[in-house]
Design a protein around this ligand. Structure first.
Ligand code: 3HC
Ligand code: NAI
Length: 693
């Protein structure tokens, strides 16, 4: 049963029991409706309490049912709310832990609400590209006032129940046993008539039109490509401007129906589930034992090591940084301090937190001082010989059971593991720069990595607030192996007729945070140059445009040399199109005998994005990535892929895989057509009319 029913001294108690978060799917809605009818029919019952079992009152509508017949099947949430409002006996919602979305709307349909302190109260639908569709936009302003309700609905952010005590949302805050408190409250109000309904309350706001217009402008400015925030506002506006409550509800319902069909909402819901799915590893069940992580060590206090250390300090885990020379250590620690100081200046960090974090980080030059750490993460130069020296040393000094991790971005993790006598303890933890900011953590599973090590790494990623995605071992893992195909296409586009600013503009218009050339200038073009030089020897069959090499030969490494694909002015990160670079590109086309042509923005976007899609499909075929949604998570959290498009694989699904394949067939007839052979999985799914997700 997804909701239980019992009677306690004249009070019927309906307990939602649909783990994990009492989502209001069809079965739960039916069980609530049955419970209310039963209580109505029972002459012994004077009042009704609705409460939730487990870790939530309710997390809201069951998102998995959206766009399926179940979401519209009777009783809908609206029907349940009508039943509640029309009940002849008082209904009290007893809220603990979480009342979100439809869960809060359910409570707003009750005659009374009591809550435990510490409960998270939210209408977070906007974060899924939706608006509250079961009366939330009409009822919340009636209990919290226009301004506060609008803020909650447009931001979707939770507010703690104790902060809402004293508003009309809650009739009582219950310290101690919530259910007993709710039953006592129900007994107290059992005979009160008429029963109060939120819908009957008035919203008083002088000059609401001016306020709504001001809010419209503010919301427009921050909504970006997402339609939901403004629609939320329009629905709330209807609560004040509609001639009746029912009219307002009608507006809300129409807006909700339209939003649930948008690709933006599908993308956001996909991202919600993709993030959670990524933490599940098929052959590593939840019951897998984990190793305790109470202390950490980092080898190398450079760009990555410092950022990685900050993640641990932020999570309250003491961390020691090891360097070869005092000077490098001092520099690394000073950078960390400066980063925290900047956060403090921006008001994002208190002095107390600053002190705590700095106290959690220490430095050393001596391997003997890190031997007792539960995990050590190596972030030294990207060179197999250096990695070998470090891992041999770690094998010597680290206590048994310590996890030995490498932050390598391109090297073979299995080779690194083989430098130790404990390959089962070795794992890749591939952070992204800046490591204290970027949410992605690729968790690289070596051939011999232990299941408990993997389970521990997954749990650790959550603790340090990263999105952990598992990747098998291959050159570049999931993210960088795909981005290489994207970069290759970007290079070929230059040879064929595009210029950096056109490519960047087209893909940024598509929604990427930064185009490939601006990104190259930021990260340093010499990194790719270094990798390509290795590739020219190891994989001579792979073709690249020479333009990026020519750029590096000109000494134009990017922002760090104040010159890259673009020109830069001192103290200014703004890219200015560069005549010398553009001349170099045009000359290069002539040198290789390519007649430059006008390339459309559509072709640019398709070639860059489908290159990602095809390599993604290849990774799925090879089992390097576990699921298409994992690839989407990598791109959404690590590579600035537009969130409103849901990641490359979902984007391909939405475009239609047959359309993707036919575009690829067209490109296969052009220059470097060999790059456009559809991966077997892509070809198969397209032929069968299926999707990745
Ligand atoms: N529908 C379906 N499944 C849901 C869900 C929902 N509303 N909310 C959470 N879940 C699932 C998750 O997918 C996850 O499943 P898994 O174990 O199979 O991976 C499980 O519940 C646990 O979720 P979390 O890992 O996120 O658990 P936390 O304890 O960290 O957080 C939470 C709990 C705060 C409720 C968080 O899950 C959350 O924010 N959920 C979404 C809340 C939301 O957006 N509600 C609005 C839904 S839309 C709506 O109500 C429309 C209405 O207006 C008509
Ligand atoms: P970096 O050059 O900024 O820092 C490396 C640090 O390691 C230096 O401070 C150096 O003194 C120290 N070091 C070198 N050998 C050492 C040794 N034997 N013992 C102790 N310390 C030693 O390099 P960065 O960028 O931090 O990269 C480190 C690792 O992270 C590399 O494997 C790189 O591929 C990987 N990586 C880098 C990313 C980036 O964007 N920079 C992104 C993801 C991974």
């Amino acid at each position: 049963m997804t909701a239980e029913y019992k009677v306690d001294g004249g009070v019927a108690v309906i307990t939602l029991n649909n783990p994990p978060v009492n989502g209001l799917g069809h079965a739960t809605r039916s069980a609530i409706a049955d419970g209310i009818r039963r209580a109505e029919d029972d002459p012994q019952v004077k009042a009704i309490v609705i409460t939730g079992a487990g870790k939530a009152f309710s997390g809201g509508a069951d998102i998995k049912e959206f766009n399926t017949p179940k979401s519209l099947a009777e009783p809908t949430l609206h029907t349940v709310l009508n039943l509640l409002e029309q009940a002849g006996k008082p209904v009290v919602a007893a809220i603990h832990s979480v009342a979100m979305g439809g869960g809060l709307e359910l409570a707003l349909g009750c005659h009374y609400r009591v809550a435990a302190p510490g409960a998270q109260i939210a209408l977070p639908e906007v974060k899924l590209g939706l608006l509250p569709g079961a009366g939330g936009t009409q009822r919340l302003p009636r209990v919290l006032g226009l301004e506060m309700a609008l803020n909650m609905i447009v931001s979707g952010n939770p507010v703690l129940s104790e902060k809402l005590a004293g508003t009309r949302l809650f009739d009582q805050l219950v310290e101690g046993d919530l259910l007993q408190g709710a039953i006592a409250f129900a007994n107290k109000i059992a005979d009160v008539r008429p029963l109060p309904l939120v819908r009957d309350r008035k919203i008083d706001y002088p000059d609401h039109e001016a306020f709504l217009q001001f809010s419209r402008n503010t919301v427009k400015a921050v909504a970006g490509p997402f339609p939901a925030p403004l629609k939320c506002l329009e629905a709330v506006a209807a609560a004040v401007t509609s001639p009746s409550f029912e009219e307002g509800l009608k507006v809300e319902r129409e807006l909700f129906r339209a939003l649930v069909q948008t690709t933006e909402s599908k993308a956001l819901r996909h991202a919600f589930f993709a993030e959670r799915a990524a933490s599940k590893i098929p052959d590593v069940p939840d019951s897998t034992p984990q190793r305790p992580i109470k202390s950490a060590a980092i080898i190398g206090a450079g760009t990555m090591g410092g950022g990685i250390a900050m993640n641990f300090a932020n999570a309250g885990i003491p961390v020691k940084l090891l360097e070869m020379k005092q000077e490098a250590l001092d520099k690394g620690l000073a950078t960390i301090r400066k980063n925290y100081e900047n956060s403090m200046k921006k008001g994002k960090l208190t002095q107390e937190k600053f002190d705590q974090r700095m106290a959690a980080i220490s430095g050393t030059l001596d391997y003997n001082e890190i031997g007792q750490a539960d995990i050590v993460i190596e972030a030294v130069f990207e060179d197999m010989d250096v990695k070998q020296t470090v891992f041999r040393k770690l094998d010597e000094v680290m206590k048994p059971g310590a996890i030995l991790a490498s932050n390598t971005s391109t090297l073979d993790l299995d080779k690194i593991a083989a430098f130790t006598r404990r390959p089962q303890d070795v794992i890749g933890l591939h952070f992204f720069s800046p490591a204290n900011v970027m949410r992605l953590l690729e968790i690289v599973r070596g051939a011999k990595t232990g299941a408990d090590v993997l389970a521990t790494a997954m749990a650790l990623s959550k603790k340090i607030r990263k999105v952990g995605v598992v990747s098998g071992v291959c050159d570049g893992f999931i993210g960088n192996r795909m981005i290489e195909q994207y970069s290759r296409q970007a290079g070929f586009l230059l040879e064929e007729g595009a210029l950096p600013e056109q490519v960047d503009r087209a893909i940024e218009k598509f929604g990427f945070a930064m185009g490939p050339f601006r990104m190259g200038d930021l990260a340093g073009n010499d990194i790719g140059w270094y990798i390509r030089k290795r590739r020219y020897i190891e994989s001579p069959e792979i073709s690249y445009s020479k333009t990026a090499d020519l750029l590096c030969e000109m000494g134009r490494y990017g922002q760090k040399t104040s010159a890259g694909w673009y020109d830069y002015k001192a103290g200014d990160r703004k890219p200015y199109p560069s005549q010398v670079v553009n001349d170099m590109i045009v000359k290069h086309s002539a040198d290789i005998g390519v007649e430059r042509r006008k390339i459309s923005d559509q072709e640019i976007v398709e070639r860059l994005v489908y290159a990602l899609v095809n390599e993604g499909a290849q990774l799925l075929d090879e089992g390097i990535a576990l699921r298409a949604s994992d690839i989407d998570m990598v791109y959404l959290t690590g590579y600035g892929f537009p969130l409103h498009r849901g990641g490359p694989m979902l984007y391909a699904d939405i475009v239609g895989l047959p359309n993707v394949v036919s575009a690829m067939e067209k490109f296969a007839r052009g220059r470097h057509g060999e790059a456009w052979k559809p991966a077997p999985l892509l070809a198969r799914l397209a032929a069968e009319g299926k999707t990745f997700n």
